[in-house]
Design a protein around this ligand. Structure first.
Ligand code: NDP
Length: 475
């Protein structure tokens, strides 16, 4: 056995990850169900480093040094289970099996438990950054045992993106922790993109700026607090002109956004955990609305679109910028709340600040302000919400006026801004002294005797609503 690590599943992600490892001096055993893909891979990329190609799974397993570490990079779902089943019989006590596909963390927990009985250390590894990241340095979120990370850590930290000499890879926690954090990362990505899209829409529809001008606006924004990969590529996409028609690219793209499902998973899991990730939820639903062609068509036939945009001056652009940053702070704060809550629920011991560290490079939401998030958790590991930490509180104070103006202006003009409005409502809800949830409690007690607590004394109470004297009793 000569290989340092094995990888099965040589489609685009697997090939790139294998090449990345080989380029860093690791000998990689490679395998693919359809053998020709393995031989094609070696023909095309054999010169990247040292590979050991095998046609059969048993030869593949035999070619890896013990304890073996094997990365599975196949289609998520049943294919992953099938490959795990086939490999299980070939492995020895202490071997490490890594699922680097986009698995739901609950599947990872289930697989980990099943394989523990066979003495196999199962790892759920979230890999972010798409094809490009896989080849040149992704952000890697590892969930598994300490034993597994001891064997795997040096390799993944080697191939991950590096920012200021720190690898964007970490041992997040046991079993499903890595895939959970990867899922929330994707959810945050949805929220971030939705806010960027709304900022574009408002500036175009209200301030009347053309995509090419807006590309310049985004480029400027990318030099300040908003500096991030998504703002950078937003400028790129807005500047792009369609070769066929000569029109702005954004005007020829069908306006129905797709989703592969990780954003939806985030919201489903957030509902179970009881964490209000409104920014992510609004983003997932906004994509869903964009794809509801039948309803959109029906509504457009009955309700004529009337964009009644009020006059705005140059200062509106700055208001949108501060609003975007403030809304982004809210969305990230909610995402980190979810990581903390998930970690508590599953006893994962996730270090929230470390997640910000490993998202600084390699992944889609890489951004300057992740450094600030890490600093916030370094200063105060048990931070209740990022929103109150000094840097973010300042962003919210400075952005509040802009956020209100953007939401009111867009709403008056008929431009939907669910992301901005949701962020503002969340901000307003948190800082309000009294919320109308008090009335909801009254309604619940009235129709269903669901009981309530009081502000002035301990206990649980019920009012006898059906009686004339409406007596309050202790429940
Ligand atoms: P695909 O999801 O298209 O999967 C293709 C690979 O799976 C092929 O190697 C194929 O083998 C193998 N496969 C499928 N079914 C089976 C089976 N029953 N038994 C054995 N092998 C099987 O490949 P991608 O490279 O696009 O993605 C791989 C994983 O990475 C997925 O889980 C995906 O969700 C995730 N991913 C992650 C991204 C990210 O940014 N992190 C981006 C894209 C994907 P064969 O050649 O024989 O058909």
């Amino acid at each position: 056995a000569t290989a340092d690590i094995g990888l099965t599943g040589l489609a685009v992600m697997g090939s790139n990850l294998a090449r990345n490892m080989a380029r860093h001096g690791h000998t990689v055993a490679v395998h693919n169900r359809t053998t020709s893909k393995m031989t094609d891979f070696l023909d095309a990329h054999g010169s990247d480093g040292d590979f050991v190609g095998s046609e059969s799974l048993s030869d593949f397993v035999a070619s890896i040094k013990q304890p073996r570490a094997i990365i599975i990079m196949v289609k998520a779902g049943e294919a992953t289970d099938a490959v795990i089943d086939e490999l299980t019989g070939l492995l020895d006590d202490g071997d490490i099996l890594v699922d680097a596909g986009n698995a739901h963390f609950a599947d990872t927990v289930r697989r980990q438990q099943a394989l523990e009985e066979h003495g196999i250390h199962f790892v759920g590894m979230g890999v972010s950054g798409g094809e490009e990241g896989a080849l040149n340095g992704p952000s890697i979120m590892v969930g598994g045992s300490d034993h597994a990370y001891e064997r795997l850590g040096p390799i993944v930290e080697d191939i991950a993106a590096q920012v200021d000499g720190t690898p964007c890879a970490a041992h997040v926690g046991p079993d499903g922790a890595g895939h959970f954090v990867k899922m929330v990362h994707n959810g945050i990505e949805y929220a971030d993109m939705q806010l960027i899209a709304e900022a574009y829409d408002v500036l175009r529809s209200v301030a009347g700026q053309e995509p090419a001008e807006l590309a310049e606006v985004f480029r400027r924004w990318n030099e300040g607090d908003l500096e991030s990969f998504l703002i950078e590529i937003a400028a790129d996409v807005l500047a792009h002109v369609d070769a066929d028609t000569g029109r702005p690219f954004v005007d020829v793209v069908a306006d129905s956004a797709e989703q592969k499902g990780t954003g939806r998973w985030t919201v489903q899991v957030a509902l179970d955990l009881g964490v209000p990730v409104t920014g992510i939820a609004e983003a997932v639903f906004a994509r869903s609305v964009s794809g509801h062609d039948a309803q959109r068509e029906a509504a457009q036939k009955v309700f004529e679109e009337k964009l009644d945009a009020p006059e705005v001056g140059e200062d509106f652009v700055e208001d949108v910028r501060t609003a975007l940053f403030a809304a982004k702070v809210v969305a990230y704060a909610q995402g980190f709340d979810m990581i903390v809550e998930g970690s508590n629920e599953h006893d994962w011991g996730i270090h929230a600040g470390e997640m910000a560290t490993i998202w600084r490079g390699g992944c889609i939401i890489r951004a300057k302000f992740l450094d600030r998030i890490r600093e916030a958790f370094d200063d105060e590991p048990d931070l209740t919400t990022l929103m109150t930490q000094e840097y973010f509180a300042t962003a919210l104070r400075e952005g509040e006026r802009g956020l209100r103006r953007v939401v009111t202006t867009a709403t008056a003009a008929g431009v939907p801004v669910p992301g901005f409005a949701g962020a503002l409502s969340y901000f307003d809800a948190l800082r309000r002294d009294r919320l109308p949830a008090a009335l909801i409690q009254g309604l619940r007690d009235n129709f269903g005797a669901h009981t309530y607590e009081r502000v002035d004394r301990d206990g649980t109470f019920h009012t006898q609503w059906a009686t004339d004297d409406r007596k309050e009793v202790e429940a």
